[in-house]
Design a protein around this ligand. Structure first.
Ligand code: BTN
Length: 255
């Protein structure tokens, strides 16, 4: 299925490069120098310096996966509300993966995409903020599609191909991803924040399941994910009550 014809603005301008340092870096450079229109997309077959979360690099074999950055200008969002952009992107990514993979797809907080217990995609969002609003946002997504062998030390990688035993056409997946991210972004613009929050929470990996975690002090505990607050902290019910964790403050031990 291709959704290319169905977007209003995401992917209407597309820069595809054979090789780049990083699609996010290229997109940031476009914003700085070229006045791109909202929805401009950058893709590459290969990145020589693909960036992941926490200063990690992002592994992707040449020509096998989707490496994409989408430029947005969410001026209607204040810096305080920037987490909702992560939620929008995660929901679009989950919908896209669900079109191609007939297994359980979830969002591992805060915005990894999981197929059962394995990571199929990661998201790196780079926002430029003023005191009042998000000036620009580069939504970088690495989605593992046809790669079958992973050599880096990234934990639990998988791909569409490993899960479904077939090869996929990358352009089709790109267009479907643009379609679903736009769908959720337009819901955000239309003010459906409660729906986004509810759907994101229900889609969380290990939502309402008892599972082990480790906190920053090395303490291992069991808890049950209850949701996230509006700045994106993870809420876990533990024996000691409801705990809130910011990014990097808690590690999942399940899976
Ligand atoms: C993560 O660590 O989970 C986030 C990985 C994000 C990787 C993508 S690949 C396309 C885009 N360009 C980059 O340099 N990084 C993101």
């Amino acid at each position: 299925m291709s959704q290319k014809q169905n977007t209003f603005f995401i992917g209407k301008v597309l820069h595809h490069c054979h090789e780049l340092h990083s699609t996010n870096e290229f997109a940031l450079d476009l914003i700085a120098k070229n006045n791109p229109i909202e929805g401009t997309v950058v893709t590459a077959d290969f990145q020589t310096a693909g960036r992941g979360q926490l200063n990690n690099s992002w592994e992707s074999a040449a020509g096998q996966n989707l490496l994409i950055s989408i430029i947005l200008f969410p001026h209607f969002l204040t810096p305080k509300h920037q987490f909702i952009l992560n939620q929008v992107v995660s929901l679009g990514l989950n919908d896209c993966v669900g079109q191609f993979v007939s297994k359980k797809v979830t969002i591992k907080w805060s915005n990894d995409c999981y197929i059962e217990n394995k990571k199929v995609a990661g998201v790196l969002i780079q926002n430029s903020l003023t005191s009042k609003m998000i000036q620009s946002s580069v939504i970088g997504i690495g989605l593992n599609v046809n790669q079958q062998l992973f050599t880096s030390n990234a934990p639990n990688p998988t791909s569409f191909s490993l899960e479904m035993n077939q090869q996929f056409e990358l352009a089709n997946i790109r267009d479907t991803l643009c379609y679903f991210i736009e769908k959720w972004y337009l819901k955000l613009k239309a003010g459906h924040r409660d729906l986004i929050q509810k759907k994101y929470i229900e889609s969380l990996y290990l939502y309402q399941e008892n599972a082990p975690y480790r906190d920053n002090n090395g303490v291992v505990f069991n808890g049950i994910i209850q949701g996230v607050d509006d700045i994106g902290r993870l809420l876990i019910q533990t024996n000691q009550g409801l705990k809130r964790y910011s990014f990097k403050e808690v590690q999942f031990l399940h899976g």
